[in-house]
Design a protein around this ligand. Sequence first.
Ligand SMILES: Cc1ncc(COP(=O)(O)O)c(C=O)c1O
Length: 436
Amino acid sequence: MGSEQWGTGTPKDQAGAAAPALWNAFANMSSLAGHAVTIVRGAGSTVFDDGGRPYLDALASLWYCNVGHGRAELADAAATQMRQLAAYQTFEPFSNQPAEALARRIVDLAPLPGAKVFLTPGGGSDAVDTAAKLARSYWRALGQESKQITIGRSHAYHGMNAYGTSLGGIPANTDPFVPLVSHVEHVAWDDAPALEKAIETAGAGRVAAFFCEPVIGAGGVYPPPEGYLASVREICRRHDVLFIADEVITGFGRTGAWLASERFALDPDLITTAKGLSSGYAPIGAVIASARVAEPFWRPGSTEIFRHGYTYSAHPTACAVASANLDLIEREHLVARVAELEPVLARTLAPLAGHELVGEVRAGTGLLAAVEIAGSARAADPGIGPRLVADIRERGVITRLLRGIALQISPPFVITEAEIARIAEVFTAAFDAAAR
Ligand SMILES: Cc1ncc(COP(=O)(O)O)c(C=O)c1O
């Protein structure tokens, strides 16, 4: 792979520049070093590189900048909190007011009466590993310590910590590291009977939890097949397996409801969230535990302890930013805006499905979409995906390749209809150029 796979941002004068030291995530540093696209600021749905060049951010960074870039009120919330108490740990007896307020707020928004909230510091991966350990701790607290198996799906992405890597269903991410966490199994993403078979084969007495993204995200944006979520939810209930909705992408508005669990009537036992909780203005996640899962730990007289936590769990500054972000979403009615834009995005992208190099356009669940490159085009030209991403960026729109096959579209909730149209135009122009 050469550096041409990355395309360019604003060309940099490398003469005299210090050798790059930053090691990028998911990047071949041999070819990227010296070609990184350095983003320096943002406003609304647009970000700017270090040469002042604007890009329409069709990704909302990594599915998270839901309120758009450059929101000064979130910077103010951080500064105000930092001046009062920037950080303090929440191990054992310690608490802080921003964390208490945020937990209450999340419970009020979640479709889980009587829920409790465990706040995590580092994003979705921490939330997923926390949820997996909490599920196992729950069964242990009930005297069923043999319920240890967790089940994930093909195409799934649950982050890059140990549990998340093991539960993931994207082989390129998972294969180099497994076996990592033991007692993790996988089923096909769209096959509810396969879940039931896996539970029966292992024995329900050994299965702790099933992890399920309501809409598969990083695996390629796959909305749930008709009836799938209701079926797997019912199977979990019947076999007494905890149902964990991984809403790291879908949480806090992206599907046009505060939580996808509400939109799809999932009634999960645990919900993992991060990204949209703060729109990325501070790293923070939340595991929302249903009353059922919380009960053995919170019941009067219980001696159970969830022996888990991070130095920066419930970080006051991050919590203050998250609360201000939720205020902003509410004040500007951005969840309703996502619901309004859902058909606009689907309609605007639909014509791309007729392009000779496009296999499928997946849209229709909130502001989540993907344009899959035709299999024949990828087979004939394995470099087409990275080249399309680079060309689309050259034309002023940021997207990326999911699972090597599909281009991601997950814009900020503040995107305008004109900007959605521009994404479609630029994608079309890049596919046309690739076809020539
Ligand atoms: C569904 C899901 N779960 C977990 C994660 C991991 O989140 P993070 O990268 O913030 O650790 C992601 C990240 O994209 C995700 O999409």
